[in-house]
Design a protein around this ligand. Structure first.
Ligand code: SF4
Ligand code: SF4
Length: 55
């Protein structure tokens, strides 16, 4: 999962839907920690298109 940081509005929606709990909002941007299974949940719910499943 690729993060397009410039699109992210830090709404936190993706953090709540990650079954692996690997998404974190940090001061300097969103991060996806080790353990992402590429389930796609975060990309589906992101209202700003900041998550790219192709990545
Ligand atoms: S693709 Fe799934 S497991 Fe990976 S960060 Fe997004 S919600 Fe979490
Ligand atoms: S859902 Fe999208 S805009 Fe909201 S914090 Fe996640 S990546 Fe950023």
């Amino acid at each position: 999962m690729d993060i397009i940081q410039e699109n992210c509005g830090y709404c936190g929606t993706c953090v709540c839907v990650c079954p692996e709990n690997v998404i974190e909002l940090e001061e300097n941007g969103l991060i996806i920690k080790d353990g992402c299974t590429e389930c796609g949940n975060c990309a589906i719910v992101c209202p700003l298109g900041a998550l790219n499943p192709e990545g």
